[in-house]
Design a binder for this molecule. Sequence first.
Ligand code: HEC
Length: 129
Amino acid sequence: MARELKGLGAGLIAGLGVVGAAFGVSAIATHGQPSSATPEKPHAAAGVPVTVVSQIVTTGHGYYLTSCAGCHGKDGRGVVGPNLHNLGDPDAKIALNIKNGFKGQMPAYKDSYNDTQIAALVAYIQSLT
Ligand code: HEC
C-alpha cells in the first residue's frame, strides 16, 4: 500500500510539472502579460504542445498585420522591406532586428512590443516557409 501511494505521489508530481510548464508557456500567448512570479523566457517554448505553439504564431501574426505588413507584405513576401520567408536566421537575430530596426529603413520596435510579444512575432516569422 505504501508503495502504491508513493507511486501515485510521484505521478502527481510529474503531472504538476507538466501543468506548470504549460502554464508558463501560456503566458507567452496571452499578449505579453505574464502573471508575475515566474518570468518565462521564450526559449521555454521548447517541448510545448503544438496547439500552444500555434496560438503563439497566431498572436504574432496579429502583431505582424498591424505593424509589419505595410512594408513586408501581407503574405510576408516583401514590398519595401525584404521577403521574410525562409530567413534561416536564429530566433535571437530576428528578435534583435525587430527590436532595433534598421536606421532610416525600418522602425525599432523595442518600445512598442515587449519581449513576449517580440517572441510571438519571431515565432510567426519562423513559420513562414
Ligand atoms: C517602414 C517599413 C518597414 C516596417 C514597418 C517594418 N520593416 Fe522590417 N525591414 C524593412 C526593411 C527596408 C528591411 C531591410 C533592412 C536592411 O537589410 O538594411 C527590414 C528588415 C527586417 C528584418 C531582417 C530581415 C533579414 O533579412 O534578416 C526582419 C526580421 C524584419 N524586418 C521584421 C519586421 C517586423 C517583424 C516588423 C513589424 C514589427 C517590421 N519588420 C516592420 C522595412 C520595414
